[in-house]
Write a protein that binds this ligand. Structure first.
Ligand code: SAM
Length: 245
């Protein structure tokens, strides 16, 4: 409510999100380092540590809202060379940066980039061994639809993993975190990307995201079982997971 983005109707939300990432695509990676003080690298390492790539030959991985490829490259590093990894994102500008980075890393034959919406995945049912989404689900206008799609494309026995900002559960840290979010983040955004507005949206979308236990309920509603979540850094982020039975 701080900046009025909450008033945006559902049908217009995706357009707003797309504008944000269109504007910041080329500076996205440096912004992540600046705004999280490098913490996002650590969170992503812990997150990808949970992906069991050794489960079988021909491992198929889908990273949704994969942007510039941070998660996919980490998965590629630990998976066998026969693994197939797909980065899916709605934004062509983010994917373009991802493709360039994959080429630089010599990973372009193992990582495929697909432009599509998390709410309507262009893959058959029961197709992937694992589905990841990092700092992406809160951008999807209809979260439940996105989760239902994740469930559909996973094979039975497939794993769902989501890394997202959460609620700071440590007294004192919550106040610091809020002050940081609403003051520092938009200011750095203005300095580096030349525009504070996309980052105001970002902070607000974090605040509006469902609480960890409610979000787990949505994951269960999609059909996942053995669900759970783990908070990192005092609850600044959380990793949610579940299996398709
Ligand atoms: N996963 C990457 C990471 O952790 O660095 C990128 C996260 S970035 C904060 C959010 C991404 O979600 C953007 O690249 C954006 O284009 C993408 N996105 C937003 N809405 C989407 C949708 N409906 N379907 C797929 N991707 C979407």
């Amino acid at each position: 409510t701080h900046f009025g983005f909450s008033e945006v109707p559902l049908s217009e939300k995706q357009g707003l999100v797309d504008n944000v990432f269109h504007k910041v695509a080329r500076r996205y990676d440096i912004m992540n380092d600046l705004m999280s003080g490098g913490m996002h690298r650590l969170w992503k390492d812990v997150f990808v540590g949970k992906v069991n790539t050794r489960s079988q030959a021909g491992f198929r991985h889908l990273d949704v809202a994969g942007g510039t490829g941070d998660i996919a490259f980490r998965v590629a590093q630990k998976a066998g060379s026969d693994a197939k990894i797909v980065v899916l994102d709605i934004n062509g500008d983010m994917l373009e940066v991802g493709r360039d980075r994959a080429r630089e890393r010599g990973l372009d034959d193992r990582v495929e980039f697909v432009q599509a919406n998390a709410e309507s995945l262009p893959f058959p049912d029961n197709h992937f061994d694992a589905y990841t989404i990092a700092f992406g689900i809160r951008n999807v206008p209809r979260i439940q639809v996105g989760l239902n799609e994740a469930f559909r494309v996973l094979k039975p026995g497939g794993r769902f993993l989501c890394l997202e900002f959460s609620q700071v559960a440590v007294p004192g840290l919550d106040k610091i975190y809020e002050a940081y979010s609403f003051n520092v983040i938009p200011a750095v955004g203005k300095l580096v990307a030349g525009d504070a507005e996309p980052y105001r949206y970002l902070v607000e979308s974090i605040q509006k995201f469902p609480r960890a236990d409610d979000f787990e309920g949505m994951i269960r509603k999609a059909g996942f079982r053995r669900t759970g979540f783990e908070r990192l850094t005092g609850g600044v982020v959380a990793i949610h997971s579940g299996w398709k039975p």
